[in-house]
Design a protein. Structure first.
Length: 64
């Protein structure tokens, strides 16, 4: 069976930790920042984590 190619779009948007957690960046954090509060912008800076079926699908796309 041939090797599966890594999904390029997913590899740019998501990373997997050593323990296997799937971390992603938050949307709406790059423009129109003047109207957003400072606390909201700080929350965008912290990577969110995915669990469940969506995390499993991401790992399949990345071949991990």
């Amino acid at each position: 069976m041939p090797k599966l190619k890594t999904h390029s779009g997913t590899k740019d948007r998501v990373r997997i930790t050593k323990k296997g957690k799937v971390l992603h960046g938050h949307a709406t954090s790059n423009h129109f920042l003047q109207k957003k509060s400072a606390s909201r912008k700080r929350r965008f800076a912290v990577a969110g984590s995915m669990t469940g079926k969506s995390a499993k699908n991401i790992k399949l796309k990345l071949g991990a």
